[in-house]
Design a protein. Structure first.
Lengths: 389, 347, 525
């Protein structure tokens, strides 16, 4: 079967192309502004709020939502659930692009981006959890690159190199899970140093656990969500295996996510009771917190459970979007909303238009590159030369 | 719904790991260690009952550090009407509190004994020196601003408008001047000696003696003695510290102690995870293998049984056929004999 | 399990969130001062009367006084010419039934006549409010000499005492244990609070009941006779703003209670055994102190007896609260001891310039002799009051200012001149200004009879001499020395600025702001 014949007409000026093109050009302008006029000109950051949405969204949400890579490859290669095999490559690609873009976003946020290698190679601040994050992200990005490389190598025809790299899969997967556990939890632990600035409902000594566990179902939800997008827009690139396995992937992940989210909800309640923070629930902040854990964790968990039981794909996809929004809400709450909660509103942070535009630019970049790779390399299908894999 | 062994073991491992990661706040064995500062390290005692808000300290700091002149000159005291925080070009500020009885407080880096900023810095650009000051090395700083997030006193400022060489700025306790045997700029210039510089331990004793000599004039607390594990800049006040812009809810646990738990979990994960994950993989592989073997065994057993049944059927058929054959032969023999009998009779 | 449609789940979610919303309502609203009331009385019968204890009732008295148009008899029973300020009973204990029946009956009646009324039978929680009760702003009324004089002088107060023409017997009484009756005895009037304590003791009414019975009843009676009288509502006496409206009388004549003018105070029995080595007696100017005290109770806090009737030298008397005489006289932290009161007075802006900077506990054996100056020998010969009078008269003659030419006119302070010119210090002007302020107080004149002592206000920690040493003798130009075994001595710059600025601040010298550097020394060009 010739997949190429099913490809739509090669139009240059599709709506998608035009819109993303504008965003990318705008992003380029913003990049120039950022590096010629400095952070102060482009962001609303100040001395009291040194971290904004570039950290809160681009870094924290980006890393959490790119967790699908390690979750899917762990499910397939470590837990031996071969029926998820077709989901591995798209998940790894998402993760790789996600982490690469996180590093790109960091170049915008940090004052001297050319010094980003310093903490790893030059002067290691080992007392810092940010060092932990940096080191693990650096190593994990390398792992992801190697895990992704077979697809590129298949496309480029490096047969021998590719077969050698593929042998490393299990090792890389295990290493990837270790690194992911470390940096996902360390991102949460970043905020353990500021009990005086983070609202008690969100501050907990379990922050690392919360971040790690939520990254699991964040990744699963992204896999489901992206799978649904791919089905809609890149179906012509999918092969028989992929098409037949996709429902199983969605429902399997939905069931797993449902379990993990229920457990996460429970440990959130446990965290509340251990710190005896019940009285905070009866405040405005408490309502916001309840909205986050009931409306955006418990509720989609139920949707997932029902959807996977009833084999209702629509419900499952709805739940995945809901969960992704919940993760974004959680990360933004911790880094921006509930951070410096005690300060008067005049001293609080609100992102500038340019900051938001830069984040949009980076996400768009990711989508465009994903599409580029998925339409050329064997991500959604198996390369004909390697069917025996 | 039955859970598979594989899934169960996997989730058990994850649970153990999660609890280990989360529940540790003190990972070291002797958990009652407390760092009391380097012996002989210096500090400054700020007696806010003496401060008159003249801002000469701000001016001296500006001069000593070669900072740009501010919009309003330092002798313009109307700037005290609004409380300020430290800025990139203002390492220290004096703030005014109270309506009738005004209280003035100088605010700057407190040079904590276990600084949150130094703990947070992932390139060791901020260090606590044994002499007392917490110093900043601009040649290492990447500009991540985690130190600004971490500081509970909200002190470090950043040069957001500096494109190529942005620095984190804060009071340096005039570390270079101290090395020359001079006093910090602000301490030297203060006309009321509301700031005195000396060994931290001696300053604490002086602070306590002032409280004892004039119990009506001071709140019975030396701020900075224990806050956030102790700071080198100590404060005395006649009014409750909360009313003069100094938070009393920071606690006495130092910032590094807050993060030592999660940090200590890292080597545990590195040590345990490979074992757990490889174990899960091995178990799942083994399970697959056993499933395969069982399948083969079942197939074989099935085929053996099929063979036997076939043989039995053949036996039965053979017997039947033999019987039929014998019967047929008998019949033919009988017929032939009868034919023979008949023929004999005809002759 | 039947198929759950998506929209059903959404409804479920909405219901769950809806039930979470009441939590918002629990945010505490800060109560402003306007919400506070003076007349808030808590009615709580206690667990023994009801098993299921409802929240306490907050009764607003003035509200009800208004509602019954000032007719106390509506709720209070009259007995022997005065109201019993308990609700519809005299001596019986309160009960739930009493309150319910009587209160609600009235409310029902009011409601029936279409007037604004309180809660009815079924409105339990309207009275038994579980939420935060109304905060009380009840302030104790200070019945000081001024108020006392108003009553003493009033011609509207009628007494039953025909023997005496004054008003004393209208309020003051004593209690006869045997006959169980109250009676008036002239010359032995005392403060109400000496017997009537805050809680009921034995058979003695608590002060609240006693004062309401005496004061409010009288005011109410006068009001009913259309005569101008004091307040009858809670607000009138116990509201801070209303209290400030009470005109303070000046030039109040001395109370007529046969009190001494001068007293010789000793801790020992005059003419007694083994009294040789006790401290000398103290000549106490009782008349002088009377004018300055708000009321007798300031010093005579429990009874009008002598101090050493209850406070013994060995401190063993339970009547004196086991406070020894020495402590009773000298405890610097007390509000009723001699030294305690004097210490409080040093916070006055006329005194605080020097006294603020002196350490709290400073032992100076010289200052004892200022008060302890009555030789034992004299007391044993002459009448103690006479001895005291003579000593006090002599003391008041001793005060003399230092001769002007002995005080340097201007002192040039140039030892630290750097950014600023030397300071031209108007020394004589300062001393004279301080002397003027000292002379405002007779007590200060007694303590500062020795003018060299006054010099030590600034020239401290050095011998008493008319030519004290320079500040730089002890305060180092380099700055404070900090270290082992050293005291908290400021450097020269801190000493000058500290001494001068503190004095200006504490003595309210508004013309010299602390930050007005050039006022004291010009800037160098």
């Amino acid at each position: 079967m010739d997949l190429d014949s099913q490809m739509p007409e090669n139009k240059k000026f599709t709506v998608f192309n035009v819109v993303t093109g504008i965003i990318l050009v705008g992003g380029l302008v913003l990049t120039i502004l950022r590096f010629t006029m400095g952070l102060g000109a482009v962001t609303n950051l100040d001395n009291t709020n040194p971290w904004g949405i570039w950290i809160g969204f681009d870094l924290l949400c980006g890393v959490a939502l790119a967790a699908g890579g390690y979750v899917t490859s762990a499910a397939c290669y470590i837990f031996g659930l071969k029926r998820f095999h077709s989901a591995v490559r798209p998940a790894i690609l998402t993760a790789f692009l996600g982490y690469a873009l996180v590093v790109l976003a960091l170049h915008y946020d940090v004052g001297r981006p050319w010094r980003l290698p310093y903490p790893i190679f030059y002067s290691q601040g080992t007392s810092s959890l940010l060092f932990e994050v940096g080191l693990c992200v650096f190593l994990y990005l390398t792992v992801l690159f190697v895990e992704f490389s077979p697809s590129a190598m298949e496309w480029l025809g490096f047969k021998k190199l590719r077969s050698w790299v593929v042998k490393l899969t299990l090792l890389l997967t295990i290493f990837g899970v270790i690194l992911s556990t470390l940096h996902q939890s360390s991102l949460g632990a970043l905020f353990m140093i500021v009990p005086s600035k983070l609202h008690p409902l969100w501050y907990s000594s379990y922050l690392p656990v919360y971040f790690f566990i939520s990254s699991i179902f964040a990744g699963m939800s992204m896999v489901i969500f992206e799978g649904s997008l791919a089905h809609r827009y890149l179906k012509y690139k999918m092969d028989e295996t992929h098409l037949s396995e996709s429902r199983g992937v969605a429902f399997g992940f939905a069931k797993a996510a449902s379990w993990v989210m229920m457990g996460y909800f429970c440990i959130k309640i446990i965290g509340l009771s251990i710190d005896n923070n019940w009285h905070y629930l009866f405040t405005g902040w408490g309502l916001w917190f309840l909205l986050e854990i009931v409306g955006f964790v418990l509720f989609p968990a139920i949707l997932y459970a029902v959807g996977s039981r009833e084999k209702n794909l629509v419900l499952v996809r709805l739940a995945s979007i809901w969960t992704v929004l919940g993760i974004i809400l959680n990360r933004l709450n911790i880094s921006v909303v509930a951070f410096n909660w005690h300060l008067p509103s005049a001293q609080r942070y609100c992102p500038s238009f340019m900051e938001i535009a830069t984040s949009v630019f980076i996400v768009t970049l990711g989508i465009v590159i994903y599409r580029f790779i998925a339409t050329r390399m064997p991500i959604l299908h198996e390369h004909s030369d390697y069917k025996a894999h | 719904m039955a859970i598979s062994r594989r899934k169960f073991l996997g989730s058990l491992g994850a649970a153990i790991g999660a609890t280990t990661t989360g529940s540790l706040t003190k990972a070291y064995g002797a958990a009652n260690k407390h760092f009391n500062g380097y012996p002989g390290s210096s500090g400054v005692l700020h007696d806010t009952t003496l401060c008159i808000g003249c801002r000469k300290c701000e001016q001296a700091c500006n001069t000593v550090n070669d900072l740009p002149q501010p919009e309003k000159p330092f002798d313009d005291l109307s700037i005290l009407d609004k409380n300020r925080r430290t800025q990139a070009d203002a390492f220290t500020v004096v703030n005014q509190f109270g309506a009738d009885e005004k209280v003035f407080v100088k605010k700057q880096c407190n040079h904590c004994l276990e600084p949150a900023c130094a703990s947070a810095c992932f390139v060791k650009a901020l260090k606590k020196t044994p002499e007392g000051p917490v110093v900043y090395d601009a040649s290492l700083c990447v500009g991540c601003r985690y130190c600004m997030v971490a500081c509970p006193f909200e002190i470090p400022a950043y040069e957001y408008d500096n494109v190529l060489t942005p620095k984190v700025t804060k009071c340096t306790l005039c570390a270079p001047r101290l090395k020359e045997g001079k006093l910090p700029g602000c301490v030297e210039v203060c006309p009321r000696e509301a700031l005195i510089f000396g060994e931290r331990e001696a300053l604490i004793k002086i602070a306590r003696s002032r409280i004892q000599k004039h119990p009506d004039q001071y709140v019975d607390h030396v701020y900075g003695e224990h806050e956030m594990g102790g700071t080198s800049w100590l404060y005395l006040s006649g009014k409750p510290f909360e009313t003069i812009g100094m938070r009393e809810d920071l606690g006495t646990i130092s910032a590094p102690e807050l993060t030592s738990g999660p940090l200590s979990a890292v080597p545990i994960v590195v040590g345990l995870w490979p074992v757990l994950l490889t174990g899960v993989y091995a178990i799942s592989k083994r399970k697959d293998k056993i499933a395969k073997e069982e399948k083969e065994d079942a197939l074989q057993a099935a085929s053996v049984q099929a063979n036997e049944e076939m043989n039995q059927k053949i036996e039965v058929l053979r017997e039947k056929m033999t019987k039929e054959k014998t019967a047929a032969i008998n019949f033919e023999v009988k017929k032939a004999l009868e034919e023979a009998e008949k023929g004999k009779q005809e002759e | 399990m039947s198929k759950i449609k998506p929209f059903q789940l959404i409804i479920f979610a909405i219901i769950v969130l809806f039930f979470l919303f009441p939590f918002i309502g629990q945010t505490t609203i800060k109560k402003s001062d306007d919400d506070k009331r003076v007349d808030h009385i808590t009615i709580q019968l206690g667990a023994e009367l009801s098993k299921e204890e409802m929240p306490t009732v907050g009764f607003l008295h003035d509200l009800h006084t208004q509602a019954v148009e000032g007719k106390c008899a509506t709720c209070h029973i009259e007995k022997e010419g005065s109201f019993v300020f308990e609700f519809k009973r005299t001596t019986e204990k309160a009960s739930m039934e009493l309150y319910h029946d009587e209160c609600i009956a009235c409310h029902v009646e009011k409601k029936a006549s279409s007037e604004k009324a309180g809660p009815l039978t079924a409105d339990c929680r309207s009275c038994h409010v579980a939420k935060e009760p109304i905060e009380s702003s009840w302030t104790k009324l200070n019945f000081d000499k001024s108020l006392h004089f108003v009553h003493e002088n009033s011609d509207r107060i009628k007494t039953k005492d025909t023997a005496n023409k004054d008003n004393c017997s209208a309020c003051h009484h004593k209690y006869n244990e045997k006959t169980k009756e109250i009676f008036y005895l002239k010359g032995e009037e005392e403060s109400c609070a000496y017997c009537h304590k805050s809680e009921k003791q034995d058979n003695i009414k608590p002060i609240r009941q006693a004062s309401h019975n005496a004061c409010v009843t009288c005011h109410q009676t006068l009001k009913s006779e259309k005569t101008e009288a004091g307040p009858v509502t809670c607000n009138g006496c116990h509201d801070k703003k209303e209290q400030l409206k009470i005109k303070k009388r000046t030039d109040i004549p001395r109370l007529k209670r046969n009190q001494p003018d001068e007293v010789a105070m000793t801790g020992w029995q005059i003419g007694g055994e083994g009294t040789k080595n006790y401290m000398k007696g103290v000549a106490f100017n009782h008349k002088g102190h009377e004018t300055r005290a708000e009321s007798c109770k300031v010093c005579h806090h429990e009874t009008l007896k002598k101090c050493n009737d209850c406070h013994k030298t060995d401190g063993g008397d339970s009547k004196g609260g086991f406070v020894s005489l020495e402590q009773a006289m000298h405890n610097p932290g007390s509000d009723r001891s001699c030294m305690g009161c004097h210490k409080t007075l040093t916070k006055n802006s006329d005194c605080a310039g020097c006294h603020f900077q002196l350490p709290a506990k400073k032992d100076n054996s010289d200052s004892c002799q200022i008060c302890h100056n009555l030789p034992q020998a004299q007391l044993e010969i002459m009448d103690s009051k006479e001895v005291a009078r003579k000593a006090l008269t002599d003391l008041s003659k001793e005060y003399n200012r230092v001769e002007e030419d002995k005080i340097p006119e201007t002192v040039v302070i140039d030892v630290l001149a750097n950014e600023y010119m030397p300071s031209q210090f108007p020394h004589r002007k300062m001393v004279q200004a301080i002397s003027l302020r000292v002379e405002k107080s007779n007590m200060a004149k007694v303590f500062h009879t020795d003018q060299a002592g006054l010099c030590m206000g600034c020239h401290h920690n050095s011998p008493k001499t008319p030519e004290p040493p320079k500040c730089a003798s002890c305060h180092s130009k380099k700055g404070p020395a900090i270290g082992e075994g050293l005291d908290d001595r400021p450097g020269l710059k801190g000493a000058y600025h500290g001494q001068c600025i503190t004095c200006h601040q504490k003595m309210d010298v508004k013309s010299v702001a602390a930050t007005d550097c050039i006022k004291c020394h010009e800037k160098k060009k």
